[in-house]
Design a protein around this ligand. Structure first.
Ligand SMILES: Cc1cc2nc3c(=O)[nH]c(=O)nc-3n(C[C@H](O)[C@H](O)[C@H](O)COP(=O)(O)OP(=O)(O)OC[C@H]3O[C@@H](n4cnc5c(N)ncnc54)[C@H](O)[C@@H]3O)c2cc1C
Length: 682
């Protein structure tokens, strides 16, 4: 059935025409946004707008830039509002590795990405397909719209033979693969492969684009910004810096019709005829959201210092469903320099030491290679567990082997002097000094660190000092045994959060009923499609794909040319449940085919086995009696006679209403009915 969100909202709302144009911004916003369907089309007339555009993009990282360019290319009068003031670019896109996933085969990429969802079922097949099809178009978009240089993105000569252009310390030589006529080119070229889960065969089609052919040089960011700047002309594309989006404006049908932004200390209401594109990044810089969604008390930032989850909260206010909130691209252990807001993932080197957690115990292979912060535990790639705070423990034999982390003195002496590196002549003294700081008051209180070091050093001395592998798979060769001892507090850094408003294949934001919120689009890492594992390059791909879709579709909507989703978005979990129900139905015995007679059926209820006597006459269940049961007398046993009456009245076990508290009894009852009918046909 075709029904849209307006139909659903109209079914439940009532209220005044004035309230209908509610400027959503309080806890009541979602409610007020739904009020008074009758005034919906008039709502925007009632707002005293300060400015009017076809498309308003919030945030100018990668997603915002792509949305703006796409909206412009679609002919829309476009406004971009970026929270950071001119001259500051705190976004993740600039700091990132600059890898953008693309593919030569959308189906194969879909196969790969769907496997990255692991055991998670809260993802959307259509949205994921949209992502993969978009990734197949990324080469064309990067070269032909953003203005990327094909000779850098897909060089004809091997990058290994062009060290000036492609510094190999920033590249993996083997990742460049000579490919026949890639990207529809009429020449061969080198394509960068980065498949973090190579054991999945389809990952071979996970390819990467980098604007300069190398990484961590802001080249994709710069390309995006040049593409925006080249289009800033008169009225067609306007960028306001230092201008955060504050809240969305909705009409009585819950459609987004504009946004309130803060400019020069004043709140302005900006009308958005086609839609608002939320491109405000994740919630890396919002400590409460980090604690609330990631199950960690804190994390350290690498960039994204203004990504405080604003767009996520704005979308929540107008009824958006959130997904993937606990999924992050991380974690990696690192050191947070006092006074710095960001930390880099170079992190604290554990080449010669061990990690000790909150209580002093050792907990992982300190040298393990992570896949975007995930390590393999018990066969599953999960975010590195973080027993916070933790400490890198070293001894005097290796403390001077080079700076423990970027910015430290060569032999770490300055940091020992300043107390940033905690020291103690013995493990006992070191532990006491750690405890005294107060972050880990029980550190080594029961000899946890002593035991860890004893075991670790034993591995190092094994095989005549050649060392051996420990239980975590680390080859232990360098003991930690010569005092004085040192400790550096380490904590979790992450690249970015993945969670946010649920999206569909059109980059529309989805509400809690599964319907798109009209006039609201999103791109980038907020509301990422990744539910579990992640392949590097995926998030920038989401800036390019969903940013582009968001801008294009909002612009088309302004022209009345956008249809979008008209049916409820379906989660993969719902599809699985529907398939399971259909399978169960197909296995059910058709009562019409059962010969007349009385049959006994067995089922497992809440308290144990139940036995029913079921009579069939003329292809219908005509009687049902409980022969025996072990259900709770005041709950399940009370419900059984009602279930018997229901099955005779309705003939369909699935149509029986569950009695309060007696769902397990009902499950057993259905099984017993099925068993009785099956016994008749044996
Ligand atoms: C060190 C590092 C390396 C990475 N490497 C890669 C990589 O190689 N490949 C990859 O795919 N991913 C990588 N990532 C992840 C990737 O960079 C991000 O996920 C991606 O850049 C997100 O883009 P975005 O446009 O959604 O957000 P951002 O680029 O963070 O931009 C969001 C913008 O919104 C602005 N904003 C916030 N609130 C508001 C508001 N209320 N109103 C207006 N503006 C607002 C912010 O100031 C910011 O400018 C890396 C991340 C890091 C930190």
């Amino acid at each position: 059935m075709e029904l849209n969100r307006r139909d659903l909202i109209k079914g439940v709302v009532a209220g005044s025409a004035v309230a209908a144009m509610g400027v959503a911004g309080t806890a009541m916003a979602a409610e007020s946004a739904k009020k008074d369907a009758a005034a919906s089309s008039k709502a925007s007339d009632a707002v005293a707008w300060d400015a009017e555009y076809d498309v308003v993009v919030l945030g100018l990282g990668g997603a915002g830039a792509n949305a703006a360019v796409a909206a412009y290319e679609e002919g829309a009068k476009t406004l971009v509002c970026e929270k950071a003031p001119e001259g500051q670019e705190p976004c993740n896109t600039k700091a990132s590795g600059q890898f953008v996933i693309a593919t030569d085969d959308a189906d194969q990429l879909y196969g790969y990405f769907s496997k990255l969802m692991g055991k998670f079922n809260n993802w959307d097949e259509d949205a994921l397909r949209g992502m993969c099809e978009g990734a197949a178009g990324n080469w064309d978009w990067m070269v032909n719209t953003l203005g990327g240089d094909p000779e850098l993105i897909c060089p004809e000569v091997s990058p290994a033979d062009q060290p000036d252009k492609f510094p190999m310390e920033k590249n993996q030589k083997d990742a460049w693969v000579l490919t026949e006529k890639p990207w529809g080119l009429d020449r061969d070229g080198y394509v960068y492969h980065w498949n973090e889960f190579p054991e999945i065969p389809e990952s071979q089609h996970c390819l990467c684009l980098t604007a300069s052919g190398t990484r961590f040089d802001a080249s994709y960011y710069n390309l995006c910004m040049s593409a925006v700047n080249a289009r800033v002309d008169g009225d067609r594309l306007t960028v306001w810096k230092g201008c955060p989006g504050k809240r969305l404006v909705t009409d009585g049908d819950g459609a987004v019709i504009g946004v309130v932004v803060e400019k020069d200390g004043k709140e302005l209401k900006v009308k958005a005829n086609g839609g608002v594109c939320l491109c405000t990044g994740g919630f890396e810089a919002n400590p409460d959201m980090i604690s609330g969604f990631t199950q960690l008390p804190y994390t350290y930032l690498q960039a994204g210092t203004m990504n405080t989850g604003d767009g996520i909260r704005m979308a929540q206010q107008v009824g958006a469903e959130l997904w993937h909130m606990s999924n992050v691209s991380g974690y990696m252990w690192t050191y947070q320099h006092p006074g710095l807001t960001t930390t880099r993932f170079g992190g604290a080197s554990a080449k010669n030491g061990i990690y000790a957690g909150l209580n002093g115990a050792r907990f992982q292979n300190e040298q393990t290679a992570t896949r975007h912060g995930r390590i393999n535990i018990g066969g599953r790639w999960i975010s590195t567990p973080m027993p916070l705070p933790a400490y890198l423990i070293l001894d005097s034999a290796h403390i001077a082997d080079g700076p423990l982390t970027s910015g430290f003195s060569d032999d770490n002496s300055a940091e020992i002097e300043s107390g940033e590196i905690i020291s103690g002549d013995t493990i006992e003294e070191l532990s006491a000094n750690i405890r005294a700081i107060g972050d880990a008051p029980d550190f080594n209180a029961n000899g946890e660190l002593d035991a860890a070091l004893e075991k670790y050093n034993r591995h190092c001395h094994a095989n005549d000092g050649q060392g051996e592998e420990d239980d975590w798979g680390r080859m232990c060769t360098v003991p930690v045994e010569t005092g004085p001892f040192y400790a550096l507090k380490i904590g979790p850094t992450l690249f970015n959060t993945q969670g946010g408003p649920r999206r569909n294949q059109f980059a529309q934001v989805i509400d809690t009923e599964g319907m798109p919120i009209e006039g609201l689009f999103e791109g980038g890492e907020m509301g990422s499609v990744f539910a579990d594992m992640y392949n590097g390059g995926g998030n920038l791909s989401e800036t390019m794909v969903f940013g582009r879709y968001a801008g294009q579709n909002a612009a088309k909507r302004a022209k009345g040319e956008f249809k979008g989703a008209t049916e409820k978005a379906v989660m993969h979990s719902e599809k699985l449940a529907a398939a399971a129900a259909a399978q169960a139905k197909s296995e059910q015995v058709d009562v019409a085919s059962v010969p007349d007679g009385t049959y006994e059926g067995h089922g497992q209820g809440f308290g144990g086995e139940m036995v029913l006597s079921v009579t069939v006459a003329g292809g219908k269940i005509t009687a049902c009696e409980v022969v025996s049961d072990a259900e709770t007398p005041t709950i399940g046993e009370l419900a059984l006679p009602t279930y018997c009456e229901d099955i005779v009245a309705k003939q369909d076990p699935e149509a029986i209403d569950v009695a309060s508290g007696a769902s397990n009894t009902l499950r057993g009852f259905k099984a017993a009915i099925e068993d009785a009918l099956k016994s008749a046909t044996k």
